[in-house]
Design a protein around this ligand. Sequence first.
Ligand code: TTP
Ligand code: MG
Ligand code: MG
Length: 471
Amino acid sequence: MLGPPFCEELPPTQEFLADSLPLAMSTEPAPSILHVDMDAFYASVEVRDNPSLAGLPVCVGGPASGRGVISAASYEARKFGVHSALPSAEARRRCPDLVLLPPDFDKYTSVSRQVMAIFRRYTPLVEPLSLDEAFLDITGTERLFGDGEEVGHMIRADILRETGLVASVGVAPTKFLAKIASDLNKPDGFCVIRPAEIRDVLDPLPVSKIFGVGPRMTQKLNALGVQTVGDLASLQREDVSSRFGATGIWIHDLAHGIDNRRVNPKREEKSHGMERTFAADLSDQAELRQFLLSFCEEVAFTLRDKGLRGRTVTLKARFGDFRTVTRSKTLDYPTNLGPRIFAIAKELLQRVDQQPLRLLGVSVSRLEDVRRPQQQSLFNGNPSGRDQWMESNSRLIRATESLDRLRKRHGRGIVIPGSLVGRAQPSRGAEQVLEQAPEAQPDLTNSLLERLEQESEGGNKTPPSEGEYGA
Ligand code: TTP
Ligand code: MG
Ligand code: MG
């Protein structure tokens, strides 16, 4: 259910490159990496549970009357040009007989757990990428279950038998190729790419199929006469690198089928965020700030729940004409406290054109485990500043702990900013990353929240966080 990430292109960040260590002792690039992805996932679950919908153009998404967008489209619906992220109203225009259903995230999450458990029967090396897909590395388990091709068939059969759903599977020597392979014959696809076939498969693909090549880079590459992966592979590595830097090297390697990323079962979350499309464009700054506060609280709660904290706060804003901007700020110390995140997000909101917004979001990245030890340098030479800060931080932590207890007992939606009470809630579109419990009873918590809001007014001086909540 996680929406698309905050940036449309994925340049290889330092972190990402650090992940790309050579495969340990790998000599033969056997096709032992699988990528499994469910077909039309949300829509297929709905059809499974209501077989009278079989064969119909079915979609899951927000309402066509409002500003909902399509989350998932059955392959019948795709024949009408309907796809994920298309506004539902446009989908309805393209396909007047469309069956449009609201999402049931609990159901999709539970199917996802079932599917991931099937994967783990065959190997512990399972790296989930989203609810409906994962990479698997079966190196070393061949004697038990057979080679990649055999395991791929068994997994597809298990999924069909145990969930009634269809998955597409790609098997290849690398992650990049396995993902390409699972997509090649979708739906109900199965494809093995062996080392000798790599060039034949890659050459004709549009260059946008390369992981990290988004719409903007595709345009730049097209302008250089590069349309296909084969075109990119035929360029000199130095030329691509001088134009596009580290990203150039990365995409040139991929175009040659080189991808040393390992399947990482403990894949670290790179960011966590939340965004909403409003029912009507919103220009009132006070109202936008109130939404932002509720997002920051929600994101912070999830970070605490996962034992994480982060340093970079990114605000995303989409205007009525779909122009989208992001603004980021990195703190000296990581945090998982809503008011601290809000203090930054509020400042970032002020740096965005004050025009009506269609969508607003906030995310926190550069995440780390709360158990990681912190530097203590910020207040060096100013012990009283440090004491003052520690005291205010302890208060914030205590208030946050009380709120978290309420959230855990009554549902996270119980805690919403007092100032949002009685206002229209944002639309529950597909871009919504986190769900808010519908039965919010904010009265209980308003005074606590007001205190937290006041705390956050104290600016965003970033604290030494060895006392940080959860540490
Ligand atoms: P995908 O695997 O990208 O798409 P899909 O399973 O619907 O279709 P297929 O794989 O056969 O091409 O995404 C998995 C689910 O994630 C999808 O069913 C709904 C959700 N999703 C969104 O909510 N918004 C989106 O923009 C996308 C792409 C997916
Ligand atoms: Mg899918
Ligand atoms: Mg998927």
